[in-house]
Design a binder for this molecule. Structure first.
Ligand code: COD
Ligand code: ZN
Length: 367
């Protein structure tokens, strides 16, 4: 079948909407008719080469849609079901999957690095040449073939444009706070970078019962969003050293938890420098592959500080996403407020330009 899809041919280029060929799903695979695709900064990192991706590829890793067809042996979903593709495939049987760490599954890593499905082939092509699957899900396509292990059924009444956000922004941000840091009630938190993912770290901290939640960004517009998601204090890093400002807000003590949701060595170090004794800094953003960040060893030892990272919210999506849906239904998790703009698919490059200009909390393209 044919489908319109946003292809990245080379680093430095914008997305090119082309009519690609999509093969039928094979055994254990699901064909999804995409309803919405989330506009996340990670795809922009792929476009700029900051994140290394096998090309040419159909980008998009956040989305929601309806099952159009299933290959032999698929049991967990059927045509007509509403689903979210999970951008980290997990095999279910390896050491990491068995330990409740599906985001660390090697099968998922292989799909991510090769841009091919687990059998080593792709279901997309253009003029007979293979087009790769970004993160195994390629949500910027009218139709995408995804392994069953990366498909999660969701309740049909959930609006698909909002459901899409659960698959990356929400689970990554909330998960970093709840699963990775395990933020305790009454604690203090700083979040560096309050874009689509960072706002979810802010609301994760609110849901976890943090008492002081400081949002740091360069844009006042983002800081206003952060207040709506639960920030108790805001710091504009363009107006002076954010570390000094965060420390001043905690009477000099520093915070219990810091989250870096940008992907810059400078802000990773700033997040670490905001910590109190025994504080934990969690890096969510990624820098170019070879970047290193130095921290003072003395504070690791004499202050027992922790510096760690979190991928995919350190989550178990099949357990965590249904809980997030319950929190949305209860009015606790803000999803409607997160979706600040919707673009028709053909305007996807404008959606990315608006993200770069810092205009939106989160946007989606709709098909
Ligand atoms: N100080 C403070 N804030 C800053 C600074 C700075 N020096 N520079 C930028 N910011 C702010 C921007 O104004 C913006 O508000 C925010 O940082 C970034 O937000 P978005 O909306 O542009 O980006 P997100 O939330 O869509 O994505 C952030 C990530 C950190 C997830 C992304 O950039 C990333 O590093 N992705 C790779 C890691 C990965 O693959 N994660 C899983 C998939 S998302
Ligand atoms: Zn993302």
């Amino acid at each position: 079948m044919k489908a319109k899809a946003a292809v990245l041919f080379e680093v430095g280029q914008r997305l090119d909407i082309r009519e690609v060929d999509v093969q039928a799903p094979r055994a254990g695979e699901v064909l999804i008719r995409m309803a919405a695709g989330g506009v996340c900064h990670s795809d922009l990192h792929a476009m700029t080469g900051h994140l290394v991706v096998a090309l040419p590829a159909i980008l998009g890793h956040e989305g929601a849609g309806v099952v159009a067809d299933v290959g032999p042996g698929v049991t967990s979903v059927k045509p007509g079901d509403h689903v979210i593709p999970l951008w980290r495939l997990s095999c279910g049987v390896c050491e990491y999957c068995s330990d409740g760490r599906p985001a660390l599954c090697n099968a998922g890593m292989q799909v991510r690095m090769t841009g091919r499905l687990p059998d080593g082939t792709t279901r997309f092509s253009l003029d007979g040449k293979e087009i790769k699957h970004f993160a195994g899900v390629s949500t910027f396509s009218e139709y995408s073939v995804v392994p069953e292990g990366a498909v999660l059924k969701i309740p049909p009444e959930l609006p698909l444009d909002r459901a899409a956000l659960l698959g990356c922004a929400v689970i990554t941000g909330v998960g970093a706070v709840i699963n990775c840091a395990r933020v305790r009630p009454g604690s203090s938190v700083v979040v560096f970078g309050t874009g689509g993912v960072g706002l979810n770290a802010v609301q994760g901290a609110r849901i976890a019962g943090a008492e002081k939640i400081v949002a740091v960004d360069l844009l006042d517009r983002k800081l206003e969003f952060a207040k709506k998601f639960g920030a108790t204090h805001t710091v504009n890093a363009a107006q002076g050293d954010p570390v000094a400002q965060v420390r001043a807000l905690t009477g000099g003590r520093g915070v219990d938890y810091a989250f870096e949701v940008i992907g810059l060595p400078k802000t990773i170090r700033q997040a670490y420098d905001c910590l109190a004794k025994r504080g934990m800094a969690v890096v969510v953003g990624v820098t170019p592959m070879t970047t290193e960040v130095a921290v003072p060893v003395m504070s690791l030892v004499f202050e027992e500080r922790v510096l760690t990272g979190s991928i995919y919210g350190s989550s178990r999506p099949r357990i965590d996403i249904p809980k997030l849906i319950d929190l949305y239904r209860a009015g606790t998790l803000k999803l409607d407020e997160l979706l600040t703009r919707t673009y028709p698919f053909k305007e996807i490059n404008e959606a990315y330009a608006a993200l770069e200009r810092g205009e939106v909390a989160r946007s989606v393209v709709t098909f």
